[in-house]
Design a protein around this ligand. Structure first.
Ligand code: BTN
Length: 273
């Protein structure tokens, strides 16, 4: 059995949005098919400071994941969207923006569906040791000028198990919301509205608040904390125990000899015999 299909609908999302957030919207567009919602907002130069652009799609033909990977979801099977925002100047905590986004996405997901997901540094939403979704932050910055960020969100909502099995993940495979909720149907429109609200409030205050406002929440839902991890895609492989993140969003790994700050990379969790 799978969830019945609900199309993304502009009017339903707008009706669900808090009026304060709706007033921040420059535009909200829904595409049946697009290459990538992140790409659409990255090349959009009509963005306005203090206003939010939102782009959703039923299907992305060239959906992007982190580190040059692709993001694949069947038509209508995921919630795939991006939010574009312009900071006056590049905020000092920009590298941790994906983690702050993860915190608010995870919170909205929990409030809307009851699903208790964790965050695997830097940007995976994890349920039952499997990948439920991901966040991809991309930016277009001008030197000493405004900084345009695009926060892309992909959540597996209802995806046939054979297709879920083909989604590559550094975790123990992938999972969808339908399974994570024990077979309940989630309205993608309502969930989109809650996620847009969370992200818009975060983006609106991020230049002033930075990541420190989100650090304690991050610690509560940190999937890696206390797990033995390896980072082997850099010139200098690191192995040790994940001990949290610092206030700039770097992953901290205790190697036994020192605590290393990791600012980028793919982390695998090592199985303990
Ligand atoms: C990851 O886990 O690697 C990040 C996945 C981010 C996927 C979303 S789907 C909507 C938006 N548009 C894209 O092309 N990518 C992001």
């Amino acid at each position: 059995m799978s969830a019945s299909f609900e199309s993304l609908n502009n009017a339903v999302i707008l009706r669900e949005l808090d009026p304060d957030v709706e007033s921040l919207l420059a535009r909200l567009e829904i595409h049946d098919e697009i290459d990538s919602t992140n790409q659409a907002l990255l090349v959009d130069d009509s963005s306005v400071a203090g206003k939010l652009s939102v782009c959703l799609a039923e299907y992305q033909s060239a959906g992007r994941g982190r580190r040059g990977r692709s993001w694949v979801a069947p038509y209508g099977g995921g919630l795939c969207f991006s939010v574009g925002w312009q900071f006056e100047r590049q905020p000092s905590d920009l590298t941790a923006l994906a983690l702050a986004a993860g915190v608010v996405i995870r919170r909205a997901l929990h409030e809307e569906t009851g699903v208790d997901a964790k965050l695997k540094w830097p940007n995976d939403l994890v349920f039952d040791d499997k990948k439920l979704g991901g966040v991809l932050v991309e930016l277009r910055a001008e030197s000493r000028g405004p900084c345009h960020v695009v926060v892309g969100v992909g959540i597996n909502v209802s995806i046939p198990s054979a297709q879920l099995g083909r989604i590559a993940s550094s975790l123990n495979g992938a999972v969808d919301l339908f399974t994570a909720t024990g077979g309940r149907q989630t309205s993608r429109n309502v969930l989109a509205a809650r996620l847009i609200e969370g992200l818009s409030r975060m983006l609106f205050s991020y230049a002033d608040d930075g990541f420190s406002t989100y650090l304690s929440d991050y610690c509560e839902i940190d999937y890696l904390r206390g797990r033995p991890v390896s980072l082997d895609d850099s010139s200098c492989p690191v192995s040790g125990l994940a001990v949290g993140v610092d206030d700039s969003g770097a992953l901290l790994v205790d190697t036994g000899a020192s605590v290393e700050r990791i600012v980028a990379g793919d982390v695998s969790v090592r199985l303990v015999a």
